[in-house]
Design a protein around this ligand. Structure first.
Ligand code: GDP
Length: 197
C-alpha cells in the first residue's frame, strides 16, 4: 500500500479539495471536528486518508481538539512505513492571523507542530494553501512568503525548498497541487498512481 494523508484544521476546505482531486465525496454529512477517525479512499493499492480536522470551533472543547491532534500523530506513527506524502491544507488568507493568535497565547500552532513531526517521520509535506481566490493577485507572493517563513523555511516561497501549492478548491483550480503530487510520484517511480486522477 502506498498512502497519502491529508491534514488540516477544520474549515480550511480539505473536503472540497479532496472532492476536486479524486472526484469522490469524503466525510459527507459528518460534523467537522466531531469525528476522531480518519476516512479512507482506496484506489487499488493506493490509499488516500482524510484526517479529521483539528483546531477550535464552536461546540468543540480544547481537550477534544487535543484528542484530534493526538489521534493524527498516533495514526501517522503507526503507518509511517507506508505513508510517503502528507498534504497539509491551510486557509491561505487566514493562516498568518491564526498563527499570530497562537503566538499571542505562547502556543505552537498545530499546523507547525505537524509539519515538523512529518519531517521527523521522513514524510514529505506539501503545503496546500487553499482559498487563494480570496487573495488579490499582487498580494499572493507576499502571503506565500510569509507562510513558508512561518513553517521555518528560508527565502521566498518558490526558492525556499518548501513544496507549496497555492490552490482554490472551490474554484476547481488545484493544478499546483496536482503537479507537486505528480512530481513526487515520479521521483518514487510510481507514475502509475496518477492515472486515478
Ligand atoms: P473542511 O472542514 O476543511 O473539510 O472544509 P470544507 O471543504 O467543508 O470547506 C469549508 C468552507 O470553505 C466551505 O464553505 C467551502 O465552500 C469553503 N471553501 C472551500 N474551498 C474554498 C476555496 O478554494 N475558496 C473559497 N473562497 N472557499 C472555499
Amino acid at each position: 500500500t502506498f498512502e497519502v494523508v491529508f491534514v488540516g484544521r477544520s474549515n480550511v476546505g480539505k473536503s472540497t479539495l479532496l472532492k476536486n482531486l479524486t472526484g469522490r465525496n469524503v466525510r459527507t454529512g459528518k460534523r467537522p471536528g466531531v469525528t476522531l477517525k480518519p476516512t479512507h479512499l482506496y484506489f487499488d493499492d493506493f490509499l488516500i486518508t482524510d484526517m479529521p480536522g483539528f483546531g477550535f470551533m464552536s461546540g468543540v472543547t480544547k481537550e477534544k481538539s487535543e484528542d484530534v491532534k493526538n489521534n493524527i500523530v498516533q495514526y501517522i506513527e503507526e503507518h509511517a512505513d507506508r505513508i510517503f506524502l502528507a498534504v497539509q491544507v491551510i486557509d491561505g488568507p487566514a493562516f498568518v492571523e491564526i498563527v499570530e493568535r497562537w503566538d499571542a497565547r505562547e502556543e505552537i500552532p498545530i499546523d507547525l507542530e505537524l509539519h515538523d513531526f512529518l519531517e521527523e517521520m521522513e514524510i514529505i509535506p506539501i503545503i496546500a494553501a487553499n482559498k487563494m481566490d480570496r487573495v488579490k493577485e499582487d498580494e499572493k507572493d507576499a502571503l506565500l512568503n510569509d507562510v513558508v517563513e512561518i513553517f521555518g523555511y528560508e527565502g521566498n516561497w518558490k526558492e525556499s525548498g518548501a513544496l507549496v501549492a497555492p490552490v482554490s478548491a472551490r474554484g476547481g483550480d488545484i493544478r499546483p497541487l496536482v503537479s507537486h503530487l505528480k512530481n513526487e510520484f515520479h521521483k518514487m517511480k510510481r507514475d502509475d498512481l496518477f492515472k486515478h486522477f
